[in-house]
Design a protein around this ligand. Sequence first.
Ligand code: HEM
Length: 406
Amino acid sequence: MTEATTGEQFVFDPFQPGFTDDPYPHYAELRERAPVHRHPFGFWVLSRYADMFALLRAGLSVDLRHVSPDTLPDGRDSVTGAVEPVSGLSMLDVDPPDHTRLRRLVSKAFTPRAVAALEPEIEDLVDGALREIAGAGRVDLVEALSFPLPFTVISRMLGMPSTDHERLRELSGTLVRSLEPIVDTELARAVEAADAEIAAMTAEAIAWKRRHPADDLLTALIAAEDGGDVLSDDELVAQVVLLYLAGHETTVNLISGGVLALLRAPDQLALLRREPELAGNAVEELLRYDSPVQSSRRITLRPYEVDGREIPAGSFVMASLASANRDEAFWGPDAERPRLDREGARQHLSFGGGPHHCLGASLARLEGRVAIGRLVERFPRLELDGEVEWNGRINLRGPERLPIRV
Ligand code: HEM
């Protein structure tokens, strides 16, 4: 293929003004002009549904150490500038057999059955938040519901001692930036500092938990670590940090982004009110329509072919899940609008796929369904009360502030 037909002069630029407020037109252009895109920084971007589906299940690596310097342009020593949080030891950053061992240790807490048992507690938390919203009349939904719900649930599941929540929130907000496609030096330094501080806080929480064991996930993981060579000290810290961050930095976007999508599509809001049993499918469609995690990554260990083009071994591939979720070739001509009764909405790729498929998917679905379902049911006059403010992130993208009136 020639440059002209590959559309290689087109450069995907998530840093251009306005991108994080509405990345979707840019994804549409990417799918159209350069569906197998090599960024000038040396990484590749895939954006079509079929390519993503295959990529996620192709048994590729997620370990950044496999990125080959040969794939990078002169002068760059790291593909995205990204640093590896907590030394890259979380299950999200490692391949089998480590991945299999680590995931197995944690997965019991996240089976659909274990998660279903949390429903009454989640309903109580949501109802408590809705009472306060009713009393106040006008609130920022992020502060009132979308953030505290998943944050409280994962803190309780882990059995985290009460700690400096504000500081932790600030640090995790910085640390998740390491998942962005490109990280500049200044941000990389901030991420490293946040990583060190959050790891130290987590190590302290683990030390405290050793003295105060209870029926919770942290105690179970400590027991696994004590039980032999199943889990090292550093690995324990890395899994706890991952669960803690993944537990709240993602679902917050599902709840706020989902509610915003409904408020902007009044016919769909009315549909959900008429047919509350649609709430489960509605959450799938809202996950598709605005992906709380916009991208994942894979690293090729051998040449990997997509659409007649060869991605060389050792390449970093950015998997744009959010783009795949809007691909008309898969979803049909109405891909750009939410339809809560869409058949097959659950085929979205918001939770990734293959061996790294999101471990917390059942929990996120449950929190999303209860929060969005009950909010809509309880407040028939729910409306926007000003402009949404986006959090400015390229990957874990969502509203920073969502003013609503009930
Ligand atoms: C992995 C999305 C909520 C725990 C992932 C991945 C994505 C994702 C895209 C990577 C998948 C891949 O590369 O194939 C989401 C979204 C959520 C959410 C959109 C909310 C709407 C949660 C929650 C938890 C969680 C609530 C746990 C409390 C994890 C873990 C992994 C993961 C542990 C790593 C799995 C592995 O590497 O084997 N998630 N997540 N996530 N997620 Fe989630």
